[in-house]
Ligand binder design. Sequence first.
Ligand SMILES: O=C(O)c1ccccc1NCC(=O)[C@H](O)[C@H](O)COP(=O)(O)O
Length: 266
Amino acid sequence: MTDTILDRIKAYKLTEIASDKATMPLSLIEEAAKNADPVRPFAEALRRAQSTGYGLIAEVKKASPSKGLIRIDFDPATLAAAYERGGATCLSVLTDMPSFKGAKPYLTQARKATRLPALRKDFMYDPYQVIEARSLHADCILLIMATLSDEQAAELEACATEWGMDVLVEVHDREELDRALTLKSRMIGVNNRNLKTFETSLDVTKELAEGLPEDILLVSESGLSTPADLAEMARFGARSFLIGESLMRQDNVEAATAQLLADPVA
Ligand SMILES: O=C(O)c1ccccc1NCC(=O)[C@H](O)[C@H](O)COP(=O)(O)O
């Protein structure tokens, strides 16, 4: 069977992690993580926001495997500040370089420009990356069930918890959702994009939202661009959203963010 983009990402991530460990030993990363800014509560911010409106995790995203270059004038701090002024609840910052033209410092720069909690958006396989996320001042990490075993997910989650961070557990189908629900995190991201084929459909959130336990904070991710999209997702129980491309393509990011959030359905 041919490799998917996720297989290719996993292969270079494992090489990258080995090389990072060789140049920056874990003990130094742990020291930096201990000295990082206090954690800003991520899930709590979303729960609060969606109790009166929508929770928005606004993504700082320069490029992607499916769309190539998305934004030319890309300054993470400027974009993050615009998101905050527009009413975003949290930030998501891509730190993966080969596929997303992201960088580790972008996370620190974006978070420091705002008072918002920030997610390290990357492909996590090793506790080293989790501690590194905290050293960059991350408040939350992402775990993608499509590319992790149950044991890996539980180990990475435990590490994040140990360092005080929240965990957004990402799923794309029922089998991944069932596995995700065995973890401790109560924050589930349903990715409308199939990361193996790039096919994107809001029906994925609609299908998986049904029958979710009451205590789950549901985040609908990817392919969302209009107030009507958000209203439709809200009708199926998702009031928090992870949005990147559609906002990154706007000239006025602050105004576009405010417009998207302006009229939440009850
Ligand atoms: O965005 C991609 O092309 C992509 C490809 C392979 C793995 C992950 C990918 N994206 C990560 C995401 O899930 C999105 O950046 C995020 O949900 C925001 O999506 P969007 O609003 O559609 O930019």
